[in-house]
Structures are given as C-alpha cells and as structure tokens.
Write a protein that binds this ligand. Sequence first.
Ligand code: AMP
Length: 210
Amino acid sequence: MNIIFLGAPGAGKGTQAEIIADKYNIPTISTGNIIREALKNGTEMGLKAKAFIEAGQLVPDEVVIGIIKERLAKGDCENGFILDGFPRTIPQAEALDSMGINIDKVVDIEVPDEAIAERMTGRRVCPDCGASYHLVNKTPAKEGVCDNCGAELVQRKDDAPETVADRLKVYHDQTEPLKGYYEKTGKLRIVEGLGDVADITANVIKALED
Ligand code: AMP
C-alpha cells in the first residue's frame, strides 16, 4: 500500500507513520529526517536546506522532489511505503503524480493549532540518537538527559516558539491546499489527531482499510 500522511508539523504524523510502517512492513520516508541527516553530515544538500529549515520555511520544491525520486527508486519501496512530510506543496504533489506513482490512501491527521504549538515548543530531542521527549507529556527519567544514550537533550531550532508560528503559517498557506487536491481523487481520509495514540492508530487503520 502506498500511503501519504498529511497534517501540520507536530500533528503526530511521524508517530503514526512508524506504527503503521511496522504493521504493514513497509518503509516510512520522512523528508524532514532525510534533510536533518544531510544537515548533520554537512552534505551539499544539507547546506542548501539549512537556512530554510532553521527559519521554519519549506526547502525549495526541486530539492525535496529530487530527494523523493531517489528514495522511491530503492527496492524496499516495491511493496509500498509511507510518505511522512511529503508532499507539502501542490507542485510537489504534481511531481509525485508525474513520476507515475499510484497513491492508495492519503490520511490527514488533524490537530488544532494551539495544541500543535504546545506539543512542538515542549518537544526536546536527543542530538545523538534522535529520541524525542516532551517537557509535559513524555519526560525522560532524568530531566534533560536521554534515556537511551545519556546525551543532553536539546530543543530543535525550528521548535522555538517564534519559528513554530511561522511553520504553522507555512502549513496553512502551502500544505493545507493539498487536502482539496486529494479530496478530488477520493483518496483523502481525515483522522482526529487529539487523544490517545492507540485510539488514533485504530482510526488510522480504519481509514486505510475502508
Ligand atoms: P518535518 O520534520 O517534517 O517537520 O520537517 C522539518 C523541515 O524540513 C520543514 O520545516 C522544512 O523546512 C523541511 N521539509 C521537510 N519536508 C519538506 C517538504 N516536503 N518540502 C519542503 N520542505 C520540507
């Protein structure tokens, strides 16, 4: 099954993508993770993306389209995949269509802006192993320290309050129109993203299998 997860940054797409990827035994492709990895490794693409990502802006379409083309050509996508964070603009969705890739379902996870802002500004991540925590909802055993590897937790630059407001604006202006784009294809399913993770997962599975 070829699946797209839509939704604002911080709506819980990543968490659901991981759970569903496990269940269907297909890979999750997160353009955000690919870009952050490139940034960490100081590659040319990472350097190109740095200013955009840190300002909460979208990386130019041609860069992310190139990333996705390369990634979808890999053998592990043959039996399906989950796109988490791509497409984020209409031109990206059109590029995906023109690659001749058939999408089975588009699941939009909806969370109100205030809840998103609370989730993102409270998020803390491990710079070494990538584990994610939250000041209120998912605290590590020892404050400020990663449970897995003992590194000191940090706030992602793009999770700072002023950047979060910009990211939400970018989402509403550039990504939300994709709902209309996919609604026309009959593949769009909307899932409420507030509440218990297990309940949300059950609704995502229902949406995928209806
Ligand atoms: P994420 O972790 O998915 O919120 O992505 C983090 C950042 O990576 C975004 O704020 C963008 O700067 C960039 N990014 C990720 N995916 C895309 C995309 N499909 N198009 C443009 N920029 C992206």
